[in-house]
Design a protein around this ligand. Structure first.
Ligand SMILES: Nc1ncnc2c1ncn2[C@@H]1O[C@H](COP(=O)(O)OP(=O)(O)OP(=O)(O)O)[C@@H](O)[C@H]1O
Length: 607
């Protein structure tokens, strides 16, 4: 049985810690990573915790009985206290996050070379062991040249070059080629900045393609300390290089955030990427409560295209969640008569606006998948062998490789369910109950929130949240799903169905829309730290950690021989004691104490 304690801190993310006497290290390592992330974040971000009521309390308050069956619907239901949550505790990071701007270069790269990225990393010093991995100009095809001209024309006001940084950032001292402007995000060991390529630097050519970029800065000291005392064979540097190698490899898709550059300095690693000015889809779910079926399709189809691209390269993402889906904004066109569901509170439900096939809706245009820190190469398309399995090509192993990819299909299912109704398919405050629900695939289409959602959508969700990977949709089956390939707005107008492809999204959006003034994207992000938003993050993190564990267990040969892969713990290089709980600082524990809900805590977890 799994036991959990959690701590909610920092970037609004809750972390949930799982203990399972019989569980292997992998899930613990992943959850340790999550926890480390929360610990690494400044305490003031955590202030919202004091104001939180528990997800359960919200759930009780706003509805009740039915939710206990499987969801957290009550906590996220539009009329619930969640949406009246006092936002006065929001921190500075939130507003800077909402003040993004950027130019999506929308690369159409034709490079299909598929390096065995894991081997590349293992052979550090050959290609990836160098301090810098310059962008390969050959990777940028003609499409970029076209883009480059249009971007130049659009940026003739020169404003981006001249923009002053919001403050003096320490990291800037070790980075010459890009001017860091503002902080837009945060990860476990990283900070993400909006930045501008410098005109007179060796990277000035990038400005022509990427007027602005996102620079993920990884603090070496923080990362190394997580590896201290670890028996890990993979160094922290190797892990960063692996992320970079995978990102670079998968970057050629229009629905994957483009990799731009990598730079190593004495104290930091800098991963430079295309900037997605809208931010995370997560924030949009919180803002709009849920998406219409058309907008859900629009988002999920683009996610599916990114996943198809990765799977074709033998790479599995393994961390699909609304926080890792970024988007480019499009103009918002208000609805003439906003459509409300019966479960909506008309006072708080925001209008999603008019949906335009091939363009988007709710202000959401192009959607791209980000964060390859947990991605893994399963299959080498060069050697045609599963990675780490030299000479082991038994049919059941090949089948295993296919099943490994199904982790991402489950992730797509969770995101699809969530965007359609506004809360995740699996949730329970008790981690052992939650993990059991995930393992058994126990979810329901909770009333009244699902009452008006079509049978086609439900069918797609069922096929994605199928416990048996053999029966679960693969990416091609999902892309062919009838529900995914229709538009309600076209049908209702009696228009012929038109298939939206990611290409449509790019080409049909008016060009001028691609120049963004960051002030246009100021959004109220206060709800990102509400109890229900935190609970939603928790649910995805636990879900993804458990599914990764299942996937890695499956990749153990029948005889119990591991297929040449590092155990997840070692691969992630996290020390064991990080998993030990600090019970007093655990949010979930505190909440439970407050509710006089006795919790079972295994002795090994008590300090
Ligand atoms: N290219 C980008 N454009 C805009 N925002 C970005 C971009 N890349 C990252 N961000 C913002 O920064 C946040 C953290 O980035 P990212 O997830 O890559 O960091 P991480 O260290 O891998 O995080 P985690 O610890 O969650 O794995 C993202 O959730 C997003 O809000």
């Amino acid at each position: 049985m799994l036991k959990v304690c959690g701590k909610t801190e920092g970037k609004g993310a809750g972390s949930v810690r799982v203990h399972n006497e019989s569980t292997n290290h992998s899930v613990r390592a992943q959850i340790k990573k999550l926890f480390k992330k929360k610990q690494a974040l400044p305490a003031e971000k955590f202030v919202a915790e004091e104001r939180q009521t528990t997800a359960t309390e919200l759930l009780d308050a706003s509805k009740a009985g039915a939710a206990a069956a499987s969801g957290m619907a009550g906590s996220l239901e539009p009329s619930s206290p969640l949406y009246n949550w006092d936002s006065s505790t929001k921190d500075g990071m939130v507003s800077s996050q909402s003040e993004r701007s950027g130019q999506s270069a929308l690369n159409d790269r034709s490079d299909t070379r598929v390096p065995d990225v894991v081997s590349e990393v293992a052979a550090t010093g050959v290609q990836l062991g160098q301090a810098k991995i310059p962008i390969d100009p050959s990777v940028h095809g003609d499409a970029d040249v076209v883009d480059l001209v249009s971007v130049d024309a659009e940026s003739s006001d020169g404003s981006a070059y001249d923009e002053e940084p919001e403050e003096e950032f320490d990291e800037q001292l070790e980075l010459e080629d890009f001017k860091l402007i503002s902080r837009i995000g945060e990860g476990a060991f990283s900070r993400v900045y909006r930045a501008i390529p410098q005109p007179n630097s060796s990277k000035s050519y990038l400005y022509r393609t990427f007027q602005q970029v996102a620079v993920k800065v990884i603090n070496k000291q923080q990362l190394d300390s997580s590896h201290k005392d670890s028996k890990s064979k993979a160094t922290s540097k190797e892990q960063v290089l692996k992320e970079v190698a995978i990102h670079r490899t998968v970057s050629a898709s229009e629905n994957v955030v483009s990799f731009v550059d990598f730079h190593e300095s004495p104290n930091y690693y800098f991963i430079v990427q295309e900037l997605l000015a809208g931010g995370e889809i997560f924030g949009e779910i919180v803002r709009l409560t849920y998406f219409s079926e058309d907008l859900s399709r629009h988002v999920i189809r683009q996610l599916a295209l990114a996943v198809k691209h990765m799977h074709a390269l033998g790479i599995v993402h393994r961390d699909i969640k609304p926080e890792n889906l970024l988007f480019e904004p499009v103009d918002f066109i208000p609805s003439t008569t906003p459509v409300l569901r019966k479960s909506d509170d008309p006072r708080s439900k925001q209008d999603e606006g008019v949906f335009r096939p091939g363009v988007g809706g709710g202000g959401i245009g192009v959607v791209k998948l980000a964060d390859f820190g947990l991605s893994k190469q399963i299959y080498s398309t060069n050697t045609k062998t599963p990675c780490g399995t030299v000479g082991y090509t038994a049919p059941e192993v090949v089948k295993d490789e296919r099943y490994s990819m199904k982790v991402d299909m489950w992730g797509i299912g969770c995101v699809l369910y969530t965007v359609l109704c506004g809360f995740p398919p699996f949730y329970d405050e008790k981690i052992d109950v939650l993990t059991e629900k995930i393992s058994k695939g126990e979810f329901t289409f909770l009333r009244p929130w699902w009452d008006e959602i079509s049978e086609g959508a439900r069918n797609a969700v069922r096929n994605l949240l199928e416990v048996d990977p053999a029966k679960r949709y693969d990416i091609d089956q999902f892309l062919a799903d009838p529900w995914l390939n229709q538009y309600d707005c076209l049908r209702s107008q009696g228009l012929k169905h038109r298939n939206e492809s990611s290409e449509n999204v790019h080409t049909r959006a008016p060009k001028k829309k691609r120049k963004h003034n960051h002030l246009a994207f100021k959004r109220d992000s206060s709800l990102l730290y509400s109890p229900a938003a935190v609970a939603m993050r928790d649910a995805f993190e636990v879900n993804n950690a458990l599914k990764r564990e299942e996937e890695s267990k499956r990749r153990t040969a029948p005889a119990g021989v591991n297929l040449g892969l590092l155990p997840e713990d070692e691969e992630m290089g996290l020390e064991n004691d990080m998993f030990q709980l600090r019970l007093n600082s655990s949010t979930i524990i505190k909440r439970r104490k407050n509710k006089d809900d006795p919790i079972e805590v295994p002795p090994t977890l008590v300090e």
